[in-house]
Ligand binder design. Structure first.
Ligand code: ADP
Ligand code: MG
Length: 308
């Protein structure tokens, strides 16, 4: 294995699309550093430029400017070799419906020129729990199985980096956790993983490091813990049994009261929920139900951009 520190390094990448007559700047001086052996999340809302960047890595989209290296290989100098270093799991579940999982993996291995004796079709099927479906038509596979098959396809040439574009977008919660397990397993085998997501929870669960992108620009990059200390706004809602007057002590939690639901925001690094409940108790405010949620990406962006 070659010696390199960064699995992916991109500097000042620009990509402009022409949409009818309008220019769309999908990537603006976008830079990212993905350390070898890590799980790196590229986090951003729809339209941020995540897939465009993934497609630049895979050679499907040609950047206008900037430098990208994969495992130390400059993609402009050797796209063929750099492509071999990565396996991309696309966002869409496009699978040829008339092939079986085993056939699809064999075909893919053929495309990458993997000699028959070096193919790992059965091992991949086994690892992805698709052995039972090895000969089934792909069109009969469930969404979760398809996603796993696409992961399998990306692994046939034993790439050093696996890139997953929105691996759990639109999939059920139970499938989501099983996909997370596969991703963790791939990482444990020593591969570098890069995934794009617009789910904060997904990034929190999986990633060592995170880059946040919005409108084609990098907003921030750092370890999960560094970022979580910024992304720390939580919301709590109390369903009250009657209408109340909001006590002043709650002002710092930006209270919103609608239809007997009291919504408060707090920084989970500074406050715990008990402190809030104590204030309610002190003010003889009763509640029937309590719901908490993490701040969403929008809160994060507002916060990150404000802190700049
Ligand atoms: P994300 O994956 O973060 O949702 P994309 O990279 O798909 O975002 O898109 C970034 C921006 O580039 C969007 O405004 C999108 O409409 C535009 N875009 C992406 N691909 C194309 C294309 N092939 N032609 C024109 N515009 C595109
Ligand atoms: Mg996308």
């Amino acid at each position: 294995m070659s010696d390199y520190k960064y699995s992916i390094q991109a500097k000042n990448v620009n990509k402009t699309f022409l949409k009818r007559t309008q220019e769309v700047k999908a990537l603006i001086d976008f830079s990212i550093t993905i350390k070898r052996g890590t799980i790196h999340g590229l986090l951003g809302p729809n339209g941020a430029g995540k897939s465009t960047f993934i497609n630049v890595l895979g050679g499907l989209v040609k950047k206008n400017s900037g430098n990208v290296s994969i495992c130390g290989i400059n993609i402009d100098k050797n796209i063929k070799l750099s492509k071999f270093k990565i396996g991309i799991v696309p966002q869409e579940l496009n699978i040829d419906p008339f092939f079986s999982p085993a056939e699809l993996l064999e075909l893919q291995a053929g495309l990458y020129g993997v000699p028959k004796r070096k193919r790992k079709t059965e091992e991949i099927l086994e690892n992805l729990k698709l052995t039972e479906q090895r000969n089934a038509y792909a069109r009969t596979l469930s969404g979760g199985m398809r996603r796993r098959l696409l992961i399998g396809k990306a692994l046939v040439h034993n790439p050093e980096i696996i890139i997953l574009d929105e691996p759990t977008a639109g999939v059920d919660i139970d499938i989501r956790t099983s996909v997370w397990d596969y991703i963790k397993r791939i990482s444990k085998q020593g591969k570098t993983v890069c995934l794009t997501t617009h789910y904060l929870e997904e990034a929190e669960n999986l990633c060592d490091n995170i880059t946040i992108i919005n409108h084609g620009r990098k907003i921030i990059e750092g370890s999960k813990n560094e970022l979580l200390s910024i992304i720390s706004t939580k919301t709590v809602s109390f369903v009250l049994d009657k209408n109340i007057i909001i006590p002043n002590q709650l002002n710092e939690y930006k209270p919103i009261l609608t239809n007997n639901i009291l919504k408060l925001s707090y920084d989970k690094n500074k406050t715990n929920i008990k402190k809030i409940i104590d204030i309610l108790t002190d003010n003889k405010i009763n509640f029937k139900e309590i719901n908490t949620s993490e701040g969403d990406l929008e809160d994060v962006f507002i916060k990150v951009i404000k802190n700049k």
